[in-house]
Write a protein that binds this ligand. Structure first.
Ligand SMILES: [Mg+2]
Length: 406
């Protein structure tokens, strides 16, 4: 295939959760709708309809502030089971054009349609067909970007939102990209953007032409990649979702850990991280596995299967803590937390055992909280929110940063 041919699509649903609510409750159409955690309980906005965005309401904003900005907004608690079901229908439409679909979250995905064009037409035609089918079959609106690379396709899908369609031909890439502000480069957050502006780099074009050392001062090791992206060079392929059998994280420590509170802090951190990562993939797990390697290299794993699947970090942590309490106290060299028995059924029914209603509610509340946190992390990075137990974040003292996801 011609290396300059368009082949990558980025499909992104517009105001997804809020749109699903408006679709399913016609009385909410055209009204300002906020999906989010309760303002009385310090919840945050998960999704805002375009009507309420006109008032300045944005995702990840505290719900209390959102209500002040738009007091007549309709406020709804999130219904993730329903959004997940709709997401599956969206992904099924995408997969009918190519098996190379890489979901990024419930409401967006990359597609590589290089091998689909004989059957379905050009990348642009496929992009328009996808928009049409999502509208006709699901009564929802998606924005689509079409390009040669992932980087540009993602920028393009956002370019004319909502109901956007934007295609960037190879010969127009730099003309499209270079006038855009620096923060449109994925990986340059608001703080870095501000510092770049302070030294005179406001557009992606100015990044492209900057001396590398200037950028390194602000962006560190990301400077080289940022500059590649600024020249529209992005070799990353679309990787179709593989159904994982397990998902985990482990850390080897520079020095062996002895203090129980430090070990617990590490385990809490790992528990929350794997929970977030699982949630981001729209998965839940039934089995929690703790792995401990002692200073003498003896390794032990302990696992526990839960009554019902979860991705809630708090549930994972409580399980890990129970497992940890049965482990002999010796200096620890490595800790790992992983999840097995993965599935994408949210709120799958409990098997065998009946739960007290309050138990169910507590768990549902934890899941909602975690999803709200996930939205914040996506916007502001994983350091934005931490449980109080983290007086100081775990330091980057891991030996060789051994971090594995299997
Ligand atoms: Mg979206």
């Amino acid at each position: 295939m011609d290396p300059r041919a368009l082949r990558i699509l980025h499909v992104d649903m517009d105001a997804f959760y809020a749109s699903v609510e408006q679709r399913d409750r016609p009385e909410l159409r055209g009204k300002p709708v906020i999906v989010g955690g309760s303002p009385e309980k310090r919840g945050v906005v998960c999704a805002a309809s375009y009507e309420v965005r006109a008032f300045g309401v944005r995702s990840a904003m505290p719900s209390a502030r959102a209500i002040r900005l738009c007091p007549h907004a309709v406020f709804l608690p999130p219904d993730f089971a329903r959004y997940t079901a709709v997401s599956r229908a969206v992904m099924a439409i995408l997969r009918s054009y190519t098996p190379l679909v890489e979901p990024l979250s419930l409401d967006e995905a990359f597609l590589d349609v290089a091998g689909s064009q004989r059957l379905f037409g050009s990348a642009e035609e496929i992009g328009r067909a996808i928009k049409r089918r999502i509208r006709e079959e699901l009564d929802l609106v998606a924005s689509v970007g079409v390009s040669r690379t992932k980087f540009l396709a993602k920028i393009a899908s956002d370019h004319r939102k909502p109901d956007g369609f934007c295609s960037v031909p190879a010969e127009e890439e730099l003309a499209f990209l270079h006038p855009l502000p620096v923060e449109r480069v994925f990986g340059i957050g608001p703080k870095s953007a501000e510092r770049l502006r302070a030294i005179g780099y406001t557009t992606i074009g100015s990044l492209a032409h900057a001396p590398r050392e200037h950028l390194q001062r602000v962006l560190g090791s990301f400077a080289a990649q940022a500059q590649e992206l600024a020249w529209a060079r992005d070799p990353r392929p679309v990787i179709a979702e593989r159904r994982e059998l397990s998902h985990g994280k482990e850390r080897t420590f520079e020095r062996d850990l002895v203090a129980p509170e430090e070990i617990e802090r590490r385990l809490l951190y790992l528990s929350r991280e794997v929970g977030f990562e699982l949630l981001e993939k729209g998965l839940v797990a039934r089995t929690v596995v703790l792995k401990v390697r002692f200073a003498d290299f003896r390794t032990l794993t302990r696992s526990q299967t839960l009554e019902r699947p979860t991705a809630a970090g708090e549930v994972i942590w409580n399980t890990v803590k129970e497992l940890w309490e049965k482990v002999p106290r010796q200096p620890v060299r490595l800790l790992g937390v992983s999840l097995k028995n993965l599935g994408d059924e949210l709120h799958a029914p409990a098997q065998g055992e009946l739960f007290a209603a309050s138990d169910d509610e507590a768990r549902a509340a934890q899941e909602r909280l975690q999803r709200a946190e996930l939205e914040i992390r996506k916007r502001f990075g994983s350091d934005a929110l931490r449980p109080l137990r983290f007086v100081a974040p775990p330091r980057a003292e891991e030996r060789g940063r051994s971090e594995s996801e299997d």
